[in-house]
Design a protein around this ligand. Sequence first.
Ligand SMILES: CC(C)(COP(=O)(O)OP(=O)(O)OC[C@H]1O[C@@H](n2cnc3c(N)ncnc32)[C@H](O)[C@@H]1OP(=O)(O)O)[C@@H](O)C(=O)NCCC(=O)NCCS
Length: 372
Amino acid sequence: MAGSTQVSFVDGQAGELLYRGYSIKELAKYSSFDEVSYLLLCGKLPSQDELYDWKTLLAATRKLEPESERLLWNIKLFHEPATPMDVLRTALSDLALRQMNIDNTSQLSLIAHGITLISQHPTLVAAYHRIHRNQPPVGPLPEIGHAANFLWMLTGTVPSDEEVRALDIALILHADHGYNASTFTARVCASTGSDIFSCICAAIGALKGPRHGGANVNVFRMLQEIRDPKKVEGYFSSQLEQNPKWRIPGFGHRIYKTKDPRAQILKPLAKEICHQKRLPWFDIALEVEKQALTLFRKRGKEDLQCNVDFYSAPLFGALGIDPDFFPCMFALARTPGLVAQCMEEYENGRIIRPLNVYTGSPLRSYVQLKDR
Ligand SMILES: CC(C)(COP(=O)(O)OP(=O)(O)OC[C@H]1O[C@@H](n2cnc3c(N)ncnc32)[C@H](O)[C@@H]1OP(=O)(O)O)[C@@H](O)C(=O)NCCC(=O)NCCS
């Protein structure tokens, strides 16, 4: 047992995920990402006035800072091969340098920094999405919300209501997930008493890996390679021929031994947006899921199901997001959960220092260099 949390509960047997006791199924149906970020950080659902104030605070910190823009252009100019996750980690680290009192870990200060992180994160991702294509960043619009602003800042076009709602729900579904690898990394950092920006940068490092937040890009690359639902079977045969232990991206989970509830909610959203835009990604994904489940059944591994990354990939692709930026989508949506979990860790005030088993040599005598 690594620790405890009141922020979220992942029930891997029942396929249920709760934020502060509320099911994500209800939150996805009735709430918004802004409500959920308030819920995670403040521990309760906001009243109408509280939500209004929360949105106002987020809007007030959404604009791209000139120093951030300069940094992103410099990265584009001098470090072209950097992945968007590397850029995001660097940009957040740079943002931290301009914040007041980052070492203050009082709950009030953490909420203030949390608001900056939640609102700046999408701004930085959208800005670099444009800059890496040599397009100037687009500033936020005061009259539209969090998800709508992200799509606006990405494309410079006002998104449809369906696109905004689909993205908002996807963000809700990624907002927290118990002691996953990146959250635990952030908590370890917080447990040392380090600042919240360092915790988020550490988490981004862990989230980048292909076994974690980097899986969604591999799902989309697979869909792109397949190109046509009719080619899924042939693609599977050739992958398995090359590597019988081939890991199908977007399947399997350490905790869920049944359907991942997030994937179930994302599936119809991905269908709606892909079909609306006449894009093949959902239809290919559906066929991949069918073939994968058949394969897992044959292997007696019925507990392997698609995870959150499987249907978020066709959805993000249909929303016009570059696949290389998909892990950043995961990261920007996870920010409220990370901040809330770190707030708990600061309250604990005790360093995380797990015990480990030593499997090296027993005590031996030092051999002088000349005698080796
Ligand atoms: C998520 C993941 C890292 C969980 O790993 P884990 O809990 O350590 O599971 P294991 O690696 O022990 O795998 C258990 C068995 O299932 C198989 N398996 C797990 N995921 C698989 C996949 N995506 N495709 C095919 N087989 C898979 C393993 O080969 C292993 O089989 P074995 O017992 O015959 O060796 C793993 O399922 C994975 O690599 N998935 C693909 C990447 C991904 O989608 N990550 C995003 C997670 S949200």
